[in-house]
Write a protein that binds this ligand. Structure first.
Ligand SMILES: NC(=O)c1ccc[n+]([C@@H]2O[C@H](COP(=O)([O-])OP(=O)(O)OC[C@H]3O[C@@H](n4cnc5c(N)ncnc54)[C@H](OP(=O)(O)O)[C@@H]3O)[C@@H](O)[C@H]2O)c1
Length: 213
């Protein structure tokens, strides 16, 4: 599978790229193509250091080209930049994954509209938008020497598309992905991550996440 990670130079995108590169070809997206290429080289070196047999490709592109040439597109950008970029894309077949959490209430769009639904509105389609990955702190993803040790809830209107994303997430290893329902439920799933960030700020638990039992 060809996976684009838009904002792949950032904190969350890095860990996601390193984990998904085990079984997919990755395209790192950035506003700056040369930064994307340098970051892709860096991630390739990390993967090769971790696994001397590593042979998948990690390339770098501008965000628009990265999205156009992939099968699955992860929006690893903050809400504002994600919505701006989504308006400029014309994705005819790609599945889009939103891990976006609206931590900053100043960016609030509408009290009952999730980030994933806002993204779908800008993209101009809804059935290929899947909401996932919110409760994984980036530090858990980026340390590829350690298991991630968490579960994620996945929302999407097209169950087949959501299940494809669940399957890919489970390739990370030690992460279970559960289909939780249609995209309109994403507001509640995103809310769990907002509570986890608040919990982390209280300082007693490092990189808190969830397990479903
Ligand atoms: N961090 C976490 O632990 C975590 C956990 C779960 C979900 N998430 C979600 O994942 C998404 C990414 O979070 P993050 O912490 O990785 O963000 P980040 O590191 O702050 O930013 C990611 C990338 O966004 C690009 N960017 C920054 N400002 C921009 C702007 N004004 N316009 C366009 N692009 C801009 C930058 O890439 P270039 O400079 O290369 O373009 C940057 O590397 C967020 O929606 C967040 O809610 C994060």
């Amino acid at each position: 599978m060809k996976v684009a990670i838009l904002g792949g130079t950032g904190k969350f995108g890095k860990g996601l790229a390193l984990r998904l590169a085990k079984s997919n070809d990755i395209i790192i997206g950035s506003r700056d193509r040369s930064k994307a290429k340098a970051t892709a080289d860096l991630y390739t070196n990390i993967c090769k250091k971790h696994n001397s047999n590593f042979s998948n490709s990690i390339e770098g592109e501008d965000n628009v080209s990265a999205a156009q040439s992939a099968n699955i597109v992860f929006f690893c950008l903050k809400l504002g930049p994600a919505l701006e970029l989504a308006s400029s894309l014309n994705l005819k077949k790609q599945i889009v994954v939103s891990p976006i959490v609206n931590i900053n209430s100043q960016e609030s769009l509408h009290p009952r509209l999730s980030c994933a639904e806002a993204l779908a509105a800008k993209l101009g389609f809804r059935d290929r938008v899947v909401s996932a990955l919110h409760p994984i702190p980036y530090k858990r993803l980026a340390d590829i020497e350690k298991p991630v040790n968490c579960d994620v809830l996945v929302c999407g209107d097209d169950v087949r598309n959501a299940m494809k994303v669940c399957k890919m997430i489970e390739e990370i290893g030690d992460v279970r992905a559960f289909y939780a329902g249609p995209l309109k439920l994403s507001i509640y799933v995103e809310g769990i991550a907002v509570a986890l960030v608040s919990l982390a700020k209280q300082g007693n638990i490092e990189n808190p996440t969830i397990r479903i039992v």
